[in-house]
Design a protein around this ligand. Structure first.
Ligand code: FCB
Length: 440
């Protein structure tokens, strides 16, 4: 595997998944607090109340990052920890926490990549309609300003949103994530406002941090049909339009994909589709999160009239996701060709497996090692084939609160014993440590 000399090796986390200390030290309630405290929404009734207790243990965690040899660390800030009501009055203890964290990360020689929104919307704003409310664009830009004012002298890499597709559709159409709605029209309004919020926040960041590098993270899928039948091919193309192009086209070209606009018809009622040109602000990099391939054929119901099928031949992760590294190569090359982002980072890639408990100070996770190895190799091929990939963030640094799956799904390269909060390197962490050292 050959990577460019200045390639960045990192790991990623998100505030609600690791921090804990919900509602402590002035933090306001977020939609995931409300959702996870609602019976039946998260496996085992798990919540982010304690999680990895990173809020108190961040120093130890940065020490582990340093031991790993990480060159970059992607984390997110909790909007309601900083602005408990979502707008207006700042919680100084919240800002102080992120200041201390950033200082610690920099001190360890690690480059911080800050994601402003990784799903923990202040509940106070959800009570006003959340992302369905057109005012959310301004709320987000103001929150961005608060963060750059406080951290912009030290943080230079900014990501506006994490996975707007999941926010809009898993949260508002499938109902599996906060706020738990099942309403296609609402979901498309949410997607629209997220795109506009990205467009509004980028210039705010640039204005306050002239040397900032700004981007957005999209969860892009690799969609195919196992059949050559034209209707099935069209179904896979619709899935691609639904998940990939609905966000790629606005961000790079300022338009929604025409085939999808025609397909969706009335569902888009009330949205000023032309306004999405405001999403096409120049960005310095595109973040891509990639996990799996999805196979579709034509279906007879649902918004897209598609049906997912499973490839029987390939192994799957504990999430049930097919392991398909070549999808990453193909996706990176395609996005480079069709949208020409100046730089791409893989901002998330990794896998959940049912790991054994730590034994003799290590967790044996050969399948995660293989998963990472194969995806790194796919990324190296994509670079050879022209993708401007300049860095890679493994998901995740730590086992953590995996949203609707709770603590049941472990994605970390570092194991967490939730009863004691003890951290243990898995084999995959040792593998990654050696790879980074060898690449240096
Ligand atoms: C992504 C999320 C991340 C994590 C991984 C497994 O969709 O961005 O927080 O849950 O999936």
């Amino acid at each position: 595997m050959i990577f460019p000399k200045d390639f960045l090796w990192g790991a990623a986390t998100a505030s609600y998944q690791i921090e804990g200390s919900d509602l402590k030290d002035g933090r306001g309630e977020c939609i995931w607090y409300r959702f996870s405290h609602t019976p039946g929404m998260v496996v085992n009734g798990d919540t982010g109340d304690v999680a990895c207790d990173h809020y108190h243990r961040y120093r130890e965690d940065v020490t582990l990052m340093k031991e790993l040899g990480l060159q970059a660390y992607r984390f997110s800030t909790s909007w309601p920890r900083v602005l408990p009501e979502g707008t207006g009055k700042v919680n100084p203890q919240g800002l102080d926490f992120y200041n201390r964290l950033v200082d610690e990360v920099l001190e360890a020689g690690i480059r911080p990549f800050l994601t402003l929104y990784h799903w923990d919307l202040p509940q106070a704003l959800q009570d006003k309609g959340g992302w369905e409310n057109p005012d959310s664009v301004k709320w987000f830009a103001d929150y961005a300003q608060t963060m750059v004012d406080s951290l912009g002298d030290r943080v230079k890499d900014w990501i506006t949103l994490n996975e707007p597709f999941v926010v809009a559709f898993v949260g508002n159409l499938f109902g599996a994530h906060a706020p738990g709605k099942r309403d296609a029209r609402a979901a498309y309004h949410v997607a629209h406002h997220l795109l506009l919020a990205h467009g509004a926040a980028v210039p705010v960041i640039r204005q306050h941090v002239p040397d900032a590098r700004v981007g957005i993270t999209l969860d892009l899928g690799y969609f195919e049909s196992p059949s050559t039948n034209e209707a099935d091919q069209q179904a896979a193309r619709r899935e691609d339009g639904f998940k990939n192009r609905w966000f790629l086209e606005p961000v790079f070209n300022g338009v929604y994909p025409a085939d999808m606009v025609a397909w969706l018809g009335d569902t888009l009622q009330g949205i000023d589709l032309d306004a999405v040109k405001a999403a096409a602000v120049p960005i310095d990099f595109l973040g891509i999160n990639y996990y799996t391939r999805n196979l579709f054929v034509e279906g007879d119901s649902g918004l897209l009239r598609t049906r997912q099928v499973m490839a029987e031949s390939n192994p799957r992760t504990a999430m049930g996701w097919e392991i398909y590294p070549d999808g990453l190569r193909s996706l990176l090359v395609r996005v480079a060709k069709e949208y020409a982002p100046p730089v791409i980072y893989v901002t998330e890639n990794g896998a959940a497996f049912d790991d054994p408990a730590p034994a003799n100070g290590v967790v044996d996770d050969p399948r995660r090692v293989a998963y990472l190895q194969d995806h790194f190799a796919a990324a190296a091929q994509a670079i050879e084939q022209g993708a401007p990939l300049q860095g890679y963030f493994v998901w995740s640094l730590l086992d953590n609160f995996e949203w609707a799956e709770g603590y049941n799904r472990r994605f970390g390269i570092i194991h967490i014993d939730y009863a004691t909060q003890r951290r243990t390197f898995k084999q995959s962490a040792r593998y990654y440590q050696q790879l980074i050292a060898a690449q240096k």
